[in-house]
Ligand binder design. Structure first.
Ligand SMILES: Cc1cc2nc3c(=O)[nH]c(=O)nc-3n(C[C@H](O)[C@H](O)[C@H](O)COP(=O)(O)O)c2cc1C
Ligand code: SF4
Length: 566
């Protein structure tokens, strides 16, 4: 008997729900799997998923519509998403956009009449030093030229395998040798299991390792807090969401040193007594998933995951991977946990902190990819070695993702304490007008301050460095950042949700040369309100760019050439 299309969809969804034990936390993977077959999640599918998970259809709808990569309307067989980050814009993304529109005969936001292609802008896809770049479904195409656009479109007919970009193991630019490359596989884990938990945590604490995800929280303290909390289950989460525009070092670590990330997660699991690890991998990095699964399988086979790891009785730990679905805010650790539980990625109130009440309300350590890989080196070589590198309050080395106006962009490993000037010399970016450190939520450093140091004593950062040359219009930069924050605000707090829209409108007025001094002053006041009244780092950071331009580049605002105003 032939099944109707709806019967087939019903069977697929029923199987998916059964596979996930009808768990609410599996809502997002279920929606992703439905979409993989149907290109979108229909109302019929949402109702059925709701019934099978025992929740209201409105909840399914509210989750599905939160994530950019979950489609609730039919889209093309191939979704082309062109990266809108500043590095891409600086390297010609708008010319690529025009060529895409010309060759496909549609505008951004539209689908071709034959249902083959949908064209969209997307936020940073982590390819900043090979910009401009775009995704076609989950494949990534970098170093785009207008000439290549048509070639890629044509090759979609044959699923474009032959045109894969030079990403992953091929073509990454390392300008110096990473410390990771001399790490002997599992040397850290071998040492860790020979230590007591408290000695292990003491070593990481003595090393002064601070989280590499941006906030710089001391890793040893975090592990200690989770270890000290009594619970029947604990978790280690690797934050591989890497959504901060201009950051791509975690992607490079995951493609080149995945084994070290998993080793680091296992060390953390031993330290706190966790039995399960989860990697939250951003949807933009789907292309790395199969590689990560292979590395995990090899570790299981080698007895490095599973029960009694390395023969250590009681050390049982395994790792699974959860795909993100296109939401920057899910990099914030509590939003990430919400997302893992099948909810909208909305940051939680803190306290309680994840170390006490995290995933499934159990003690949870969330660490960045780089933090975990670096922990392996520390446990192997000792705190003394690590503290001999860096500065008083910023120990060790750090990976920086460098892009923008420089001749040698790429991933750089440098000791903390390096000045902006030294970094610019190294990457061929001398003579820049300004440098954005720490991504869009970081700081815009003017040339007069290039002697400042990359270190928690001065400029603490997660790793993104974007260089702006003398010709760049910093108000256009601010417009790009604010468009990003408006789109990525989770919408929970009014100052962030509405305030960023007002700031964007204000910057657009400034770009047109139509902003009174009084209104500019009001905008600056609004910046301060958004910063103090927002719940999480997104709203607390989004106004920084306008404040910096107002402070250091007031001429860009007040003395705009008439021809530049539009
Ligand atoms: C809006 C926002 C986005 C964030 N995105 C990331 C991210 O993509 N990756 C990351 O590791 N940390 C991100 N963080 C920081 C995390 O909340 C958290 O501090 C980090 O994962 C902890 O790991 P660490 O201590 O190893 O740095 C973000 C924070 C905020 C406020
Ligand atoms: S500050 Fe913005 S992103 Fe953060 S919780 Fe509030 S609305 Fe959401």
């Amino acid at each position: 008997m032939l099944l109707t299309e709806q019967e087939k969809e019903r069977a697929l969804i029923s199987n998916l729900a059964a596979k996930h034990d009808h768990q609410r936390s599996a809502l997002i993977p279920i929606l992703q799997a439905v979409q993989a077959d149907y290109t979108y999640v229909s109302e019929f599918a949402m109702q059925l998923v709701a019934d099978l998970l025992g929740i209201h259809a409105a909840e399914v709808y509210s989750v599905a519509t939160f994530y950019q990569f979950i489609n609730t309307k039919p889209k093309g067989k191939f979704i082309i998403r062109l990266s809108h980050d500043m590095s891409s814009i600086m390297k010609g993304a708008k010319t690529i956009a025009r060529q895409l529109e010309n060759d496909l005969g549609i505008k951004f936001g539209e689908t071709t009449p034959d249902g083959m292609f949908t064209l969209e802008w997307t936020n940073c896809i982590g390819m900043n030093y090979q910009a401009p770049a775009m995704m076609v479904n989950s494949e990534i195409f970098a170093n785009l030229t207008p000439q290549r656009v048509n070639q890629i479109i044509e090759s979609c007919g044959v699923e474009f395998r032959s045109h894969r970009p030079t990403i992953g193991k091929v073509g990454e630019t390392f300008t110096n040798t990473l410390t990771y490359s001399s790490h002997r596989a599992n040397a850290g884990l071998n040492k860790a299991v020979g230590m007591s938990r408290s000695d292990l945590i003491a070593e990481v604490t003595a090393a002064g390792l601070r989280g590499r995800g941006g906030a710089g929280f001391p890793t040893g303290t975090k592990w200690n807090l989770a270890a000290a909390t009594k619970a029947d289950a604990k978790y280690v989460i690797c934050n591989a969401d890497e959504g901060e525009p201009g950051t791509f070092k975690d992607r490079v670590i995951l493609t080149q040193y995945a084994d070290m990330v998993f080793e680091g997660m296992t060390i953390a699991a031993y330290a706190i007594g966790a039995v399960e690890g989860i990697v939250y991998l951003r949807g933009e990095y789907t292309y790395i998933l199969s590689h990560l699964e292979e590395v995990l399988a090899a570790r299981r086979k080698a007895g490095l995951l599973g029960n009694n790891i390395l023969g250590k009785s009681g050390l049982s730990f395994d790792i699974r991977i959860r795909m993100g679905a296109g939401a920057y805010i899910c990099g914030e650790e509590t939003a990430l946990i919400e997302s893992l539980e099948g909810q909208r990625g909305e940051p939680r109130n803190r306290p309680p902190y994840p170390v006490n009440t995290g995933f499934n309300n159990k003690p949870t350590v969330v660490n960045n990819v780089e933090t975990l890989a670096t922990a392996c080196c520390i446990v192997d070589r000792g705190a003394k070695w690590f503290t001999s590198i860096g500065t008083e309050r910023s120990k060790g080395f750090k990976l920086f993702s460098v892009s923008g106006d420089c001749s040698r962009p790429g991933v750089y490993e440098l000791p903390w304490g390096t000045s902006v000037e030294q970094l610019l010399d190294l990457v061929g970016g001398s003579g820049a007008k300004a440098v954005q450190v720490g991504g869009y939520s970081g700081q815009l450093v003017p040339a007069t301050q290039f002697s400042r140091r990359l270190a928690y004593e001065d400029l603490g950062l997660g790793g993104s460095v974007i260089i702006y040359g003398q010709e760049r219009d910093l108000l256009e930069v601010a417009e790009n950042y604010l468009e990003f924050f408006v789109e990525e605000s989770c919408g929970q707090c009014t100052p962030c949700r509405d305030g960023n829209v007002k700031l964007l409108e204000g910057v657009q007025l400034l770009l047109k040369g139509k902003c009174s001094t009084r209104y500019l002053n009001e905008l600056i006041g609004l910046c301060e309100t958004i910063q103090v009244a927002s719940k999480c780092g997104l709203g607390q950071s989004s106004p920084k760019v306008l404040l910096a331009i107002n402070e250091h580049f007031r001429d860009e605002i007040m003395v705009r050439p008439i021809s530049a105003t539009h």
